[in-house]
Ligand binder design. Structure first.
Ligand code: SAH
Length: 341
């Protein structure tokens, strides 16, 4: 029988399991704390459990572990990890250092099937979803490696979190649980290319996280060229889902807009963007597009990006230009891949 992936269980699931083996119910909380707060790697380290129970856990369950296949440190202090999963697949994780604390960018899938033409993560399609424990371990292992706490999480690495909905949600619930790392949902951002029905599902959960939408274009026709998901859901449907999301959750939405020379950086684009966002509480993050092998796009000039921002601000759209971290080690947005190169 396949072993239980114990680190992917929320406390309620662990309670059920503990009950099913006839152990006392408080044991579930003890195990959960060992796994998610103290981050032990073996049942033998769970010293307040009886020997018999530890043996039972060993027989029934597996504790997911990752290993560092490669680690690169940028001149700006950013660290990029290539983590190897237990089945040999690899994903990348990026640790960014800011004055307000450490921020981690986690991957949700091995590869990606969304096919955005400017992004390296999708060039070879999707291999598989990550389990909640594999997403959690990217943070736990990184904290151990640097000997410091991580306070902010962005789900902006490889893969599409809303295409791995249940595991992404379990990850958020576990990482923000008081018995685990207790990271505030306010400090967690989830980024999506815009799978509209899943945005409605997410809204219903009323989480305190920040939803980020990778918009990158201002008309459905233009967006279809770079983001194939637009063949399924138009820009208008996406924006309606965003409005409804804010209505249900009360949370402001963040829009990512990568600036591509001659593609989406004109005055008319700024004008249309402001129209699209009219009446919304939103924030636009302008990201100079990062170079990716095999992609035909180049960054808009700095002065074009600044003018675009100014135009948005004049139109009362809250817009900032994102700082580029880790470019020298290909750890910037859209540069992550699941290969070992
Ligand atoms: N699939 C999710 C999560 C990936 S997040 C999503 O699409 O949002 C990664 C962010 O980087 C997304 O906003 C993505 O559109 C952006 N991105 C991808 N390739 C990029 C590139 N070459 N330069 C800048 N940003 C890029």
């Amino acid at each position: 029988m396949e072993k239980i992936d114990i680190k992917s269980l929320q406390l309620s699931g662990l309670n059920e399991y503990v009950e099913s083996i006839g152990a006392k119910h408080f044991v579930a909380k003890q195990i959960y704390t060992w796994l998610h707060e103290k981050n032990v790697d073996s049942f033998d380290d769970m010293t307040n459990l009886s020997k018999a129970l530890r043996q039972r856990l060993k027989d029934d369950c597996n504790i997911t572990k990752l290993s560092i296949r490669k680690k690169q440190v940028s001149v700006d202090g950013t660290i990029k990890y290539l983590y190897q999963l237990e089945d040999g697949n690899c994903v990348e994780t990026v640790l960014m250092r800011y004055e307000h604390g450490n921020s981690i960018c986690v991957s949700c899938q091995v590869g990606c099937r969304m096919g955005c033409t400017f992004c390296a993560s999708t060039q070879h399609g999707k291999v598989r979803d990550l389990t909640a424990s594999e997403i959690l371990e990217q943070l736990y292992h990184t904290e151990k490696d640097i000997g410091e706490r991580v306070s902010n999480i962005v789900m902006m690495g490889i893969g599409e979190p809303l295409d791995n909905f249940n595991n992404a949600i379990s990850f958020i619930k576990i990482i923000s649980s008081p018995e685990g790392k207790n990271i505030s949902q306010r400090n967690i951002s989830l980024s999506t290319c815009g799978i509209v029905p899943r945005i409605y599902d997410l809204a219903r959960l009323k989480l305190g996280i920040t939803l980020s939408i990778s918009l990158h274009a201002t008309t459905t026709e233009k967006r279809k060229v770079t983001m194939p998901i637009t063949n399924r859901y138009s820009v208008e449907e996406l924006l309606q889902a965003c409005r409804d999301y804010t209505k249900t959750t009360g949370r402001r939405i963040s829009f990512e807009y990568s600036m591509i020379k001659g593609v989406n950086d004109t005055d008319e684009d700024a004008q249309r963007l402001s129209q699209l966002l009219k009446g919304m509480i939103s924030h636009v993050n302008l990201i100079p597009i990062n170079p990716v092998d095999g992609s035909p796009y180049t960054q808009s000039d700095d002065k074009v990006i600044r003018a675009f921002q100014k135009k948005l601000l004049n139109l009362h759209v809250n817009a900032t230009i994102r700082r580029r971290l880790g470019q020298d080690i290909s750890a910037a947005c859209g540069q992550l891949r699941n290969e070992n190169r």
